[in-house]
Design a protein around this ligand. Structure first.
Ligand code: 5AD
Ligand code: SF4
Length: 352
């Protein structure tokens, strides 16, 4: 479906009538159109990606993120090869079809460490592997692709060049976009996305984000609300809004029918949301993927990108089971397949 810039802005600016229970007629029709589009390709299937957050060290200092290098209050950890492989086994047993290896930009992780892990996963399990490891030179991306990694996730965070450089000190949007192109050239199924509601973002910014993301030929697009972290410069900023995040999810689905779109975990960290409802609402607005954390209990609460990410009060096992049962109760079918990009299948069709 094509939507003009003005139509998108109008949807994003339409009055907020959500009372916690029901949406306005306009929002209801938007979400219905988005779920119908998702259903046409994915039925009611929800793909499961188990995220293993194996290192909380990061050399970068992004203003919004709790893992930023200036945050001295955070316990930093790094899992061993054996600990990661144990988590992969747990993920497979819990029905995940994909493993997402995620970490801060940890300078003490040798690229060959990742190579060996991906090889080991591919040898032992029939699982897709996504890497979410930030900015690296092309030869490192190539090495990891040669190890058998299927996908790479690198979010652009915002297309506003000023905000991008402000919140990601020393970084430029264009470098990030070039990296995404490199990943695509190397044959990765490539994902990107933004944070919704960073301070200074307007509906216009968000619209430009959506339009750019929708022209990049992405296999996955992940957009979650901003959650202020108390140990960052943005600690006093307002969080992103639930309704805006759901509208973004639905608009993305309409603009990108075949792309994998996760119901992001950040939705459930909004204070207004309980019991995985944020993610269920996103599945009812066109998302088709969930990405639960499978990081071991001993360290998972230290992967504190934003507060509420991995609740220390709940074990990894019970968090995943709770989410899975909520998704099923909401009428979706959980899949343990890899859920590879349909976008690619469609792109590969000759133009008629
Ligand atoms: N709120 C929401 N998302 C965040 N991320 C980092 N910090 C926050 C935050 N405070 C997201 C970014 C990053 C991913 C690892 O987590 O999009 O790419
Ligand atoms: Fe590091 Fe990523 Fe957090 Fe930035 S967003 S500080 S690169 S973990």
């Amino acid at each position: 479906m094509s939507l003009t810039r003005n139509e998108i802005i109008e949807i994003l600016k339409s009055p907020v009538a959500y009372d916690g229970k029901s949406f306005s007629d306009t929002d209801n029709s938007l979400f219905t159109a988005a779920t119908a589009t998702a259903r046409a390709l994915f039925n009611n299937t929800v793909y499961q990606r188990g995220v293993i957050e194996f290192s909380s060290h990061c050399r970068k200092n992004c203003h919004y993120c709790g893992l930023r290098s200036s945050n001295t209050d955070l316990l930093r950890y790094r899992l061993t090869h054996v600990e990661i492989m144990d988590a992969v086994e747990t993920a497979a047993a819990m029905g995940m079809g994909t493993i997402v290896l995620q970490a801060g930009e940890d300078e003490d992780v040798n690229p060959h460490f990742i190579y060996t892990i991906v090889r080991a996963i591919k040898e032992k399990f029939n699982l897709a592997v996504t890497l979410s490891l930030g900015d690296h030179p092309d030869d490192v991306y190539r090495l990891w692709r040669d190890s058998g990694a299927d996908r790479y996730l690198l979010k652009i965070e915002t297309t506003d060049t000023d905000l991008h450089s402000l919140y990601r000190p020393g970084q430029h949007l264009y470098d990030r976009l070039n990296r995404i192109e490199s990943l695509q050239r190397l044959g990765y199924e490539t994902g990107s996305g933004i944070i919704i509601g960073l301070p200074g973002m307007t509906e216009e910014t968000l619209t430009d984000d959506l339009l750019l993301l929708s022209t990049m030929g992405l296999d996955m697009i992940a957009c979650g609300p901003f959650i202020p972290h108390p140990q960052t410069p943005l600690r006093h900023a307002a969080p992103g809004k639930l309704l805006e995040s759901l509208r973004v999810t639905a608009l993305l689905r309409l603009l990108n029918p075949a792309t994998n779109i996760p119901a992001t975990s950040a939705l459930d960290s909004l204070r207004t949301v309980r019991n995985n409802d944020g993610r269920i609402l996103a599945l009812n607005a066109g998302a088709n993927v969930i990405m639960p954390s499978i990081t071991p209990d001993e360290v998972r609460s230290s992967y504190s990108i934003y507060p509420g990410k991995n609740d220390p009060a709940l074990s990894q096992n019970s968090t995943v089971k709770l989410l899975q049962s909520r998704v099923q109760q909401a009428g979706f079918t959980l899949s343990s397949q890899a859920g590879s990009s349909m976008q690619r299948t469609f792109r590969a069709q000759p133009a008629i």
